[in-house]
Design a protein around this ligand. Structure first.
Ligand SMILES: [Zn+2]
Length: 165
C-alpha cells in the first residue's frame, strides 16, 4: 500500500469519538493540559494503562487480535519501541495523518519530552516509516518489545523533511 492510499482511507471507527485539537484527532495517550493537548508529550500514566490492558495507544480501545507498532528501520529491526502499539487501522491512520510520523514536521521523535528520551529506542529521522504487526509484546520500564512480526512490515515513504523523495 502507498502513503496516498492510506491517506485516502476512512477514519477507523474507534477514532470517530476522539476529540480534535487544531484539526487533528487527539491520540488517547497524548498529554492534556487543561483545554490544551500537547502532541509532543505522552501521558505516561495512560501509556502504562494501555500497555497493561492491551489497549490501543491511539484510540484507547482494547486490541483483541494483533497489535501494530509504528517506527523507522532501527525499531523495526530491533522490535524495540517507546510508543505503545495500536490497532493496525489506527496505526495506518496515524502514519497517514500524524504530521510527525508522516514526515510533514521532520523528526518523528515527538512523544517524549526532554529527560524521558531513551537511547536506542527512539524513532530515527528516517525516510520510510514502517508498521509491524505482532501477536503480543512485553514492556520493560519504558521500552516496549514486540514479539516477532507475523506479517511483512508495511513501509511508507515519508514526505517533507527526512524523506528521500
Ligand atoms: Zn485503535
Amino acid at each position: 500500500m502507498e502513503m496516498d492510499e492510506i491517506r485516502a482511507g476512512a477514519v477507523p471507527r474507534f477514532l470517530l469519538g476522539r476529540p480534535k485539537f487544531r484539526g487533528l484527532i487527539v491520540p488517547f495517550t497524548v498529554a492534556q493540559f487543561g483545554k490544551v493537548y500537547d502532541f509532543k508529550i505522552t501521558d505516561t500514566d495512560k501509556v502504562a494503562w494501555c500497555l497493561k490492558h492491551r489497549n490501543c495507544g491511539l484510540c484507547g480501545y482494547r486490541m483483541s487480535q494483533a497489535v501494530a507498532f509504528v517506527g523507522g528501520e532501527v525499531s523495526m529491526e530491533s522490535r524495540n519501541f517507546t510508543d505503545p502499539p495500536m490497532h493496525r487501522d489506527c496505526a495506518r491512520y496515524a502514519v497517514a495523518h500524524c504530521p510527525y510520523l508522516g514526515g510533514k514536521i521532520g523528526y518523528a521523535n515527538h512523544y517524549r519530552p526532554e529527560g524521558q528520551k531513551i537511547e536506542g529506542a527512539e524513532m530515527q529521522d528516517t525516510s520510510q516509516i514502517g508498521i509491524g504487526l505482532a501477536k503480543d509484546y512485553r514492556s520493560n520500564r519504558n521500552i516496549i518489545v514486540a514479539t516477532e512480526w507475523i506479517a511483512p512490515v508495511e513501509w511508507y515513504v515519508r514526505s517533507g523533511a527526512g524523506a528521500s523523495r
